[in-house]
Design a protein. Structure first.
Length: 269
């Protein structure tokens, strides 16, 4: 997290928060804690009382492509790679609900070598779309090897799940594992319980940051133009050149909450 005197910034993976950390390191009175730490993990400050509680969000298509590409580069250092290409049966990962037996079976029988091969070629559109099918197709969810595998709602996407884990207190977002509710109820409940009240968009990160600093009378220090990564360049050329019709449809359906809340435009599948 990035923590100032009256504000903090949560760091959702693959949204440009490394850039923000590199910027705020210039301030002696602003603390950088463990990257991607959440308010659930930080017990040293009464963060809910801070005036400005900032989250960062990104276009879902870019987010998925970025997280896959970074996993291709990082391999075993990436949590996604470890979740897919390893057997995840430690007690702390397990949720004792109706999906437990299916999860254990899936973890034991999954083809780890085949799953690991999805990250061998950073330019492979075929591998990327296979990756999306595993992450977003409900029948494959238990192969992932994270707590997300225990979410019983077919149309709750991985990105929306990660977003809630970064912006909602754990005691509240745990409702995503409870099948006695409807998905619409889950989304509404977590939306009402967001502890962040300001959002920066990756696509406008420089502008959002400058605007926030100016409004809060914080000196603007050296601010280089954000270097957009390769995923942004690819997507600007042609989304459909990297995404199949099926994968676009999956993202549109599963991440409907993100599209609507942050006014991102859906592609036609």
């Amino acid at each position: 997290m990035i923590i100032g005197k009256k504000f903090f910034i949560t760091e959702m993976p693959k949204t440009g928060t490394t850039f923000l950390r590199n910027y705020f390191v210039q301030y002696k009175d602003i603390e950088l804690t463990i990257h991607h730490e959440t308010i659930n993990q930080n017990k040293r400050y009464n963060l809910l009382n801070f005036k400005s509680r900032i989250g960062v969000i990104r276009n879902p298509y870019e987010w998925y492509l970025s997280i896959w590409k970074s996993t291709c580069k990082e391999k075993r250092r990436s949590p996604i790679y470890a979740d897919l290409a390893s057997i995840r049966l430690k007690l702390r990962r397990l949720k004792f609900n109706k999906r437990l037996s299916g999860y254990i079976f899936s973890q034991i029988t999954k083809d780890r070598k085949k799953l690991g091969s999805l990250f061998e070629n950073v330019h492979s559109k075929k591998n990327f779309n296979k990756f999306l099918d595993i992450m977003l197709n409900f029948k494959n969810r238990q192969m992932i090897g994270s707590e997300y595998s225990f979410v019983p709602f077919k149309n709750l996407g991985y990105m929306t799940y990660i977003f809630f884990s970064q912006n909602v207190l754990r005691r509240n977002y745990n409702i995503v594992y409870d099948s006695k509710y409807k998905l619409e109820e889950i989304l509404n409940y977590n939306n009402l319980n967001l502890y962040t009240n300001i959002f920066f968009k990756t696509e406008n990160l420089n502008h959002n940051l400058k605007k926030f600093l100016t409004r809060n009378n914080i000196e603007i220090k050296s601010l280089n133009i954000l270097n957009k990564n390769s995923t942004s360049k690819i997507l600007k050329k042609d989304y459909k050149n990297f995404f199949t019709t099926k994968s676009i449809s999956l993202i549109n359906t599963k991440e409907d909450y993100i599209f609507k809340k942050f006014n991102y435009r859906k592609l036609s599948s």
